[in-house]
Ligand binder design. Sequence first.
Ligand code: ZN
Length: 95
Amino acid sequence: MTSRKRSAVKKQREEFEAGFGSLDSLFERAEQGMSALEAKREGAYRAKSCDRKNRYDTKLDAQDAIARSADRGVRGLTCYKCEFCGGWHLTSHGR
Ligand SMILES: [Zn+2]
């Protein structure tokens, strides 16, 4: 009786330790999931800051567009050099 109980405990312990083993790979998967999320976020950032915006070849073109927007009453626009396409975009969030 006793020995059977002990082996049951041993089995539980083995399962517990095996659980730890799979916990490691769980963390690994979590890390991979994290970088996949970051990649997704990066893609969303690019879409928001580059792909969906008008692109100007030079800063002068961008500043010209800002001036034309100001004529139409759109104020507070700034331009920035895009890290993705190397062109210039306008934003209203800059200071
Ligand atoms: Zn861009």
